[in-house]
Design a protein around this ligand. Structure first.
Ligand code: FHN
Length: 412
């Protein structure tokens, strides 16, 4: 399939759900707990005896929540850095299938996604902290080799046993004792060989850039810095270090900020992959559910200004990303996402196009718009912001959105 054709659905999706869930969820101190507390492996392994979500839990609950939030795809940690697999593996006994749960959660998740027409992403951590060779490959060369081999085998299993997969989301490619150069990382994981195999098994799959090779898209983490290539920003709702369930996680971002992050991604042509860290029983904490439902409601009304939007032209942010908010564009429409409501009149500078109509998204009422000295003056707006999370004003333009540069023009 042609490259851009393959990316089309992803490019239009703009919003996805990331899920970090595994043994670490039991301890409630984040997904790095094994390493940061240097828990003896024997002790940590025993957590598998307690990882037994109730029968009533089904990953379908996550899928339904993602749908309600307006998300178009999901990415589940099939295995994080602790090596515990949520899937059946012939090359490891440390899996949810061979321990207390006796369930293949990847299979359940994949089936639930298919049932609800949700695009399917699988996260896989290349590194596995259980291997001494990961920490010191000079001292334990065989162990390092085994870890790499395990990754190849397990990625093959994931790409073979669950039907069509839309995204392979690698993580944990970095290796202690290297300079972290991409070429070096790719050589150590034999990533070219690995990804060739993946593409053979899953011709339409999208692969992220964390195996040391650029592949299909970049993955800025906890920030929304755009890149020239396709990109997706992944973020937690709570503190930056808490992807997996962290019981005490007081800094949950407010819904306004999460929506602004989503708009910031869309306005720069990127996707937003927003994380939840379910509890050990699979349930999602109220603070996360509440925010996701609020975003979903907002998207129900304003999705037109997010899904399928294009990377806005350079400099289009001169006004769009200015004092009032940000802009997204689609075809000959520009959408002004007003986060800081100006009152009954909005003054927008820098738009070159002729404006054919101005409306608040979702309303048929045309707003009076005057073009004066290159400025756009939108009149008759409600005095108070119509939407507390962000009101979208749609400008229908006479062509593709264009701006002119004000920076050298003195004030009159
Ligand atoms: O170490 C991980 C972290 O736990 C989390 O999974 C994030 C998600 O992108 N990735 C790693 C750090 O880059």
């Amino acid at each position: 399939m042609e490259e851009n054709k393959k990316m089309k659905w992803w490019d239009e999706a703009r919003f996805g759900m990331f899920i970090h869930w595994g043994l670490y969820s039991i301890l409630g101190r984040g997904e790095w707990v094994l390493l940061v507390e240097r828990i003896p492996l024997k002790e940590y392994t025993k957590l598998a005896d307690r990882f037994k979500p109730p029968k009533s839990f089904s990953p379908e609950k996550w899928v339904k929540l993602a749908k309600e939030a307006g998300m178009k795809y999901m990415v589940l940690t099939t295995r994080h850095h602790d090596g515990f697999c949520l899937f059946n593996s012939k090359v490891s006994d440390f899996t949810s299938v061979k321990t207390a749960a006796k369930r293949d959660f990847v299979e359940e998740y994949v089936n639930a996604c298919r049932k609800h027409n949700m695009r399917i992403g699988l996260y896989y951590s290349l590194l596995d902290w259980r291997f001494p060779g990961y920490f010191d490959r000079e001292k334990y060369p065989e162990s390092f080799k085994d870890m790499v081999e395990q990754a190849h085998q397990q990625v093959r299993e994931l790409m073979t046993n669950y039907g069509k997969i839309d995204i392979l989301w690698y993580d944990g490619g970095w290796i202690p004792g290297t300079k972290g150069e991409m070429d070096e990382i790719a050589a150590l994981w034999r990533s070219k060989e690995l990804n060739d195999m993946v593409r053979k098994l899953q011709p339409d799959i999208l692969i992220n850039n964390r195996s040391g090779l650029p592949e299909d898209f970049d993955t800025p983490e906890q920030h929304t810095t755009p890149s020239e290539r396709p990109w997706e920003s992944c973020m937690t709702i709570g503190d930056f270090c808490a992807w997996g369930y962290f019981k005490h996680n007081p800094n949950m971002k407010p819904t306004t900020q999460l929506i602004q992050n989503l708009v910031s991604c869309a306005s720069n042509g990127g996707n937003y992959l927003l994380n939840i860290g379910p509890k050990p029983d699979g349930s999602v904490r109220n603070e996360e559910v509440k925010r996701l439902k609020e975003i979903g409601k907002w998207l129900n009304k304003n999705g037109e200004a997010i899904y399928g939007t294009e990377r806005r032209p350079k400099d289009f942010g001169f006004w769009g990303a200015g004092m009032l908010g940000m802009a997204t564009v689609k075809g000959t429409n520009a959408y002004l996402h007003i986060f800081r409501w100006p009152g009954d009149t909005a003054v927008i500078t820098g738009i070159k196009n002729k404006v054919l109509s101005t409306r608040i998204l979702g309303s048929n009422r045309r707003l009076k718009t005057i073009k004066e000295d290159g400025k756009l003056i939108i009149k008759g707006l409600p005095v108070e912001p119509p939407d507390r999370y962000g009101t979208v004003i749609t400008l229908e333009l006479d062509g593709k959105p264009e701006t002119f540069d004000y920076s050298r023009i003195p004030l009159i």
